[in-house]
Design a protein around this ligand. Structure first.
Ligand SMILES: CC(C)(COP(=O)(O)OP(=O)(O)OC[C@H]1O[C@@H](n2cnc3c(N)ncnc32)[C@H](O)[C@@H]1OP(=O)(O)O)[C@@H](O)C(=O)NCCC(=O)NCCS
Length: 196
């Protein structure tokens, strides 16, 4: 069984999610031991937006959300989502707006102490264009910053204008085209954000 915490490296081809990792190594128990707390201080957990980490019973909703946002081709399989949940449950950020689970982000610390990767960011189609993506991205950056990260990296489809627009507006810089990143013909574009 391929458990991220048990294998020497989490391979890129294990997922086709378009926002997945640039360089993620879940190397050892040490890495798992420095998992970050679910809710950094100052997280806006009142009013219309609420952030929390997922519970076992959220997995089915999370799968649906991910597939509605990414579609069948790029959505995580049940297997990958389960593995990410088992290894990174406390890193996930679920966003509830007005009581509805409308989006999620998965920021994780990378192989280098001060680097983080944004493995996923998704908002339900009917909630898009209302600031949920920005709110999740901000919470994701805040979470890894509090855990010691100074740089966040991600990989995105070059033609994903909504996501690239969001990242650019937030302050991410364009990187390079990652040819065949998820296998032959499946390219991505790298972007990175340096924290103050
Ligand atoms: C990308 C995504 C997360 C954005 O979430 P969202 O809630 O719609 O984004 P927001 O409403 O917070 O928008 C924030 C900024 O993003 C940019 N943006 C959002 N939608 C955009 C679009 N369709 N085209 C261009 N820029 C867009 C804008 O700069 C916007 O700021 P503005 O409203 O001040 O102009 C969402 O479209 C989504 O889930 N897409 C499918 C999954 C996906 O592609 N995830 C990212 C993978 S790397």
């Amino acid at each position: 069984m391929r458990l991220p915490g048990a294998s020497p490296a989490w391979k890129a081809e294990d997922t086709t999610n378009s926002c997945a990792l640039v360089l993620l190594y879940v190397e050892s128990a040490q890495t798992l031991a420095r998992r970050i707390e679910p809710l950094p201080s100052g997280m806006p957990n009142s009013g219309q937006d609420q952030f929390r980490s997922p519970r076992e019973k959220d997995l089915a909703d999370l799968y649906r959300l991910d597939h509605e946002a990414f579609g069948e081709t790029d959505g995580y399989t049940h297997l990958v989502l389960r593995q990410l949940f088992d290894a990174h449950r406390r890193d996930f950020l679920l966003l509830k707006r007005d009581g509805v689970l409308c989006g999620y982000a998965l920021p994780v610390l990378g192989a280098r102490e001060d680097h983080a990767c944004l493995l996923a960011l998704a908002v339900l189609p009917e909630f898009q264009g209302q600031g949920c993506g920005r709110s999740l991205l901000n919470a994701a950056v805040q979470q890894v910053r509090e855990a010691g990260a100074r740089r966040m990296e991600l990989a995105v489809r070059e033609e994903n204008h909504a996501a690239r627009g969001l990242y650019k507006k937030y302050g991410f810089r364009d990187g390079e085209l990652l040819t065949d990143y998820y296998g032959p013909g499946n390219h991505r574009f790298s972007m990175s954000y340096t924290m103050d």
